[in-house]
Design a protein around this ligand. Structure first.
Ligand SMILES: Nc1ncnc2c1ncn2[C@@H]1O[C@H](COP(=O)(O)OP(=O)(O)OP(=O)(O)O)[C@@H](O)[C@H]1O
Ligand code: SF4
Ligand SMILES: [Mg+2]
Length: 326
């Protein structure tokens, strides 16, 4: 791997699910890159393909769903072509997932300690159970769980929501991953705990060069925590660039609408789905721009295929009128 090569490079990823209504391409031609130590924010309306994109990267798409096309290069190796066993071995070690629902993601029948110890042992990262236990105590301590040696013997239901979230991150980190996919890790947490969990992820990124993909509905969080942001719409990346630049001057009408629909400080509870019109049916999409039925700038030409294209050195947009978006 050369120095310039990103940790993760996804090209032309297409993941499909057979449904009663026909084949549904949940992500369709997704390209993305992520370097060590970098945080990429992933935003977009519900159903835009954020989770499916990263579940594909993690090798967690269950049949009959399948990756139909594309490359997923992790440290230069194409994960799609790796045999299943090699891929499984790489998964926890190289990547991990902190999911929204920590109660159902943790095994209720096993203590938190056992779950961390098993992960450490499964990845061959300790020579004995005792050594794995010491490491588990240290991990729980690192994610900010007080009296971690004692709390190791607790079951998930004995932890608070915030502690479970941290325990999940401890389990994810037990495998010493290089990439952390955090899919809405903070929803349903109170504001303080949410900030603490995000601080923890930030610290690991700075100190250990962890690459982070942060999937969230909260653009405020992305603005605070992510160097770059990727905006998804109807299974495609429609815009990507440095977070501050994208927020200050979006180059896709969808991003602009998304920013305009953000809850304001005066009225934080206003729902986010304020963009008029509907997301297209993903079993019925054509080659044209998928945002055109909702786009104020739509013209005849938008019925032709629209590619994700570079605007200057570090911005990308999938809009033929990107330069006119203001
Ligand atoms: N196992 C599945 N079978 C059929 N369709 C699926 C499956 N998983 C996801 N989809 C569909 O793929 C599309 C993308 O889903 P995905 O979960 O990636 O959205 P998302 O952007 O993560 O949304 P949210 O913000 O609500 O989490 C949706 O239309 C969804 O219904
Ligand atoms: S390509 Fe056309 S329809 Fe699509 S976002 Fe741009 S202007 Fe709107
Ligand atoms: Mg999701």
């Amino acid at each position: 791997m050369t120095v310039a090569e990103p940790l993760l490079a996804v090209r032309g990823l297409r993941t499909v699910f057979p449904t009663r209504r026909g084949l549904l391409a949940a992500c369709d031609g997704v390209d993305l890159q992520l370097a060590a130590g970098e945080a990429l924010g992933v935003v977009g309306e519900s159903g835009s393909g954020k989770s499916v994109t990263f579940l594909s990267v993690l090798g967690l798409i269950r049949p009959p769903g399948r990756i139909e096309a594309g490359e997923i290069l992790f440290e230069g190796r194409n994960l799609i072509r790796l045999p299943a066993a090699a891929r499984r071995a790489l998964r926890g070690r190289a990547m991990a997932l902190a999911m929204q629902d920590s109660l159902s993601a943790l095994n209720p029948a096993l203590t938190i300690g056992t779950q961390i110890v098993e992960t450490i042992l499964a990845h061959g990262l300790a020579r004995s159970r005792a050594a794995a236990r010491d490491r588990a105590v240290e991990l729980l301590h690192r994610v900010g769980i007080p009296s971690s040696d004692r709390r190791l013997n607790d079951y998930p239901h004995q932890f608070s929501g915030g502690m479970r979230q941290r325990a999940m991150i401890a389990i994810a980190l037990a495998a010493e991953p290089k990439l952390l996919v955090a899919d809405e890790p903070t929803t349903a947490l109170d504001v303080t705990i949410r900030a603490q969990v995000l601080d923890l992820i930030d610290r690991l990124r700075r100190e250990r060069g962890l690459a982070v993909a942060l999937i969230t509905h909260d653009l405020g969080v992305v603005a605070e925590r992510c160097d770059r942001v990727m905006v998804m719409y109807a299974g495609q990346v429609v815009e990507e660039g440095p977070t501050a630049e994208v927020i200050a001057s979006p180059r896709h009408p969808y991003t602009r609408s998304l920013l305009a629909s953000l809850p304001s400080l005066e009225d934080p509870d206003r729902p986010i789905d304020a963009i008029p019109g509907q997301v297209p049916d993903l079993t019925r999409v054509d080659a044209g721009c998928r945002f055109r039925n909702r786009c104020p700038l739509a013209v005849e030409l938008c019925m032709q295929p629209v590619e994700l294209r570079a605007l200057g050195a570090n911005r990308l947009s999938r809009c033929i009128r990107a330069e006119e978006v203001a």
